[in-house]
Design a protein around this ligand. Structure first.
Ligand code: NDP
Length: 257
C-alpha cells in the first residue's frame, strides 16, 4: 500500500487545494507553519490558529508575499478553548465561506518529560487541553461546516509515542493515543454517512522547536525539515484521498527526498 500511495502522492496535480477552505491549528511555527505555506501555495483559503499573534502575522506576511491568497489569522490559546468559543469560530467561518473543506489539528505542547508517578496535575490538564480537548471542541463545532463540503477532511497529528507507550513521555504520549482514538472513532462514525475522511499522521522526528525541546542534545541538521512531509499532508487534504478513511500514517514513509 505504501508504494502505491507514494505514486499517487507523486502524481498529485499542481494547485490540488485550489479554493479549498482549510483551518490549521498551531500554524505559527514548525510543521503547522510549513503546512500553511504549502496549502496557500496550492491555492487554499486558510484560517490559521496559533498562540502568538506576532508569529501568526509573520506567517500571514509570508503567504501574502508568496501566493495569491490571504489567510485569516486567529491568535488564541487553545488551552482555554471551550465548546462555546469553538462555536463562535465556526460561526465566523460560516459567515465568510459557508463551508469548511479541511482541518489540520496540529497544535500541541510537549509538557514535562517525567514519570506518571510524578507528573504534575495542572500540566497534565494543560497538555490534554491543547493536544486533545481543543480538537474535540473544534470537531464538534466544525462538523456541520465539514459536512457542507464535497470532500471534508480531518487530519490529526500523532506521534510514535501515541502508538506505543514510552516511559517519561507522560501526558503528551497519552494525549496522542487519545488523538488516534478520536480519529478512528470519527472515521467509523462518518465514513459511511458523510464525505468526511479522517486521518492521523505521525510526522516523526522533524526539525522544530518542539523537537529541540524533546531532544536538546541532537544536532538539528540531522533532522528533516517540516516541508519534506508536505506532499503527504497535501494529498490527504485533497479530494484525491476520498477512497481512504481512518488510516494512521508515518510521514517518513512518504516524505519527499
Ligand atoms: P512546534 O512547537 O514547533 O509548534 C507548535 C505549534 O502549536 C505552534 O504554532 C504553537 O503556537 C502552537 N501551539 C502550542 N500551544 C498552543 C496553544 N496553547 N494554543 C494555540 N497554539 C498552540 O511543534 P511541531 O511543529 O514540532 O509539532 C507539530 C505537531 O507535530 C504536534 O502535534 C507534535 O506533537 C507533532 N509531532 C512533532 C514531531 C517533531 O519531531 N517535531 C514528532 C512527532 C509529532 P505558538 O508558536 O504561537 O506558541
Amino acid at each position: 500500500m505504501t508504494q502505491q500511495l507514494k505514486s499517487r502522492i507523486d502524481a498529485l496535480p499542481e494547485q490540488s487545494l485550489r479554493d479549498k477552505v482549510i483551518l490549521i491549528t498551531g500554524a505559527s511555527d514548525g510543521i503547522g507553519k510549513a503546512a500553511a505555506l504549502d496549502f496557500a501555495a496550492q491555492g487554499a483559503h486558510l484560517i490559521l490558529i496559533g498562540r502568538s499573534q506576532e508569529k501568526l502575522e509573520a506567517v500571514y506576511d509570508e503567504i501574502e508575499r508568496s501566493s495569491d491568497t490571504r489567510p485569516i489569522i486567529f491568535p488564541y490559546d487553545l488551552n482555554t478553548l471551550s465548546l462555546e468559543v469553538a462555536r463562535e469560530m465556526a460561526y465566523a467561518i460560516e459567515q465568510e465561506y459557508g463551508r469548511l473543506d479541511g482541518v489540520l489539528f496540529n497544535a500541541s505542547i510537549l509538557g514535562s518529560k517525567m514519570s506518571i508517578a510524578q507528573y504534575p496535575e495542572q500540566e497534565w490538564m494543560d497538555v490534554m487541553n491543547v493536544n486533545l480537548n481543543s480538537s474535540f471542541y473544534l470537531t464538534r463545532a466544525l462538523l456541520p461546516l465539514l459536512e457542507a463540503s464535497e470532500h471534508g477532511r480531518i487530519l490529526f497529528t500523532s506521534s510514535s509515542v501515541g502508538r506505543k507507550g514510552r516511559a517519561y513521555w507522560g501526558a503528551y504520549a497519552v494525549s496522542k493515543f487519545a488523538t488516534e482514538g478520536l480519529m478512528q472513532t470519527l472515521a467509523d462514525e462518518l465514513g459511511n454517512t458523510t464525505n468526511i475522511r479522517t486521518f492521523a499522521v505521525n510526522p516523526g522526528g522533524t526539525r522544530t522547536n518542539m523537537r529541540t525541546s524533546a531532544y536538546p542534545g541532537e544536532n538539528p541538521a540531522d533532522v528533516p525539515e517540516p516541508s519534506i512531509h508536505m506532499p503527504l499532508y497535501r494529498f490527504l487534504m485533497s479530494s484525491q484521498s476520498a477512497d481512504l478513511n481512518g488510516n494512521s500514517f508515518d510521514a517518513k514513509d512518504f516524505s519527499a527526498s
